[in-house]
Design a binder for this molecule. Structure first.
Ligand SMILES: [Zn+2]
Length: 228
């Protein structure tokens, strides 16, 4: 794969391909000389010259992206394999598969119909109709989390880079991007610490904006990286 193709892979990795409610997030879009890919949590940006594909123009979204991109005010290099080891050292949790199962509707006890009551002028009227909970099917779908034997990054674990709190899972995605691009380093290029809503990273030709997390006080901090 060429460098430009790898850039496209990473750009598309930060889109929200399955989001049916917000189809504008499904694919990268272009505006002026840049191409953007976002899932509303990450925003990946690259110059058009660094990709082969032509992405559709979306000036509305593009202008919004331009407004939220912070100016570059730092250049702190993070070694990808060191960062990977730090993440690996944080205790993992069981991975789950989400399984959909049909279970008996507990509103109608599987009878499909329920009795409705209506009162008017001290008189009570009753009628029987399809159960509104299961739409008269007698069954409801339930999602069950079933352990699948894997160990995954704890979704409640964070790390601190500088003064900023990040989800470990999100930082792990930056590592994946660097690995796809076969690059040994990620740079932190814009940070306003606790005053900012997002932090800008650079991986090769891509700038990637990542939303900060707000500390809750009970956060599980896996590790801290000092940037001073
Ligand atoms: Zn029912």
């Amino acid at each position: 794969m060429t460098e430009k193709t790898l850039n496209q892979t990473v750009l598309e990795m930060f889109c929200d391909t399955d989001n049916e409610m917000r189809p504008m997030l499904n694919k990268p879009f272009s505006h002026k000389n840049m191409v953007y890919g976002t899932d509303a949590y990450f925003l990946a940006v690259i110059n058009k010259d660094n990709v082969d594909k032509t992405y559709p123009e979306d000036s509305g979204m593009g202008e919004k992206c331009l407004k939220i991109l912070p100016s570059i005010n730092i250049n702190f290099t993070i070694n990808v394999s060191n960062l990977r080891s730090k993440i690996e050292s944080v205790p993992k949790v069981d991975g789950f598969d989400i399984i959909r199962e049909d279970i008996e509707c507990d509103a109608c006890d599987g009878e499909c119909e329920v009795e409705f009551e209506f009162e008017h002028n001290l008189q009570t009227y009753t009628t029987t109709a399809d159960c509104p909970i299961c739409d008269g099917e007698g069954l409801i779908y339930k999602s069950i989390n079933k352990p699948n034997g894997t160990k995954v990054i704890n979704p409640k674990a964070y790390c601190v880079i500088g003064n900023t709190l990040f989800h470990l899972i999100k930082i792990s995605k930056l590592i994946t991007a660097a690995e796809v691009l076969r690059l040994p380093e990620i740079s932190l290029i814009s940070t306003l610490g606790t005053n900012a809503n997002a932090t800008l990273f650079k991986i090769g030709d891509l700038n990637i904006l990542l939303c900060n997390c707000s500390p809750s006080g009970s956060d599980l901090i896996g590790f801290t990286i000092d940037i001073n």
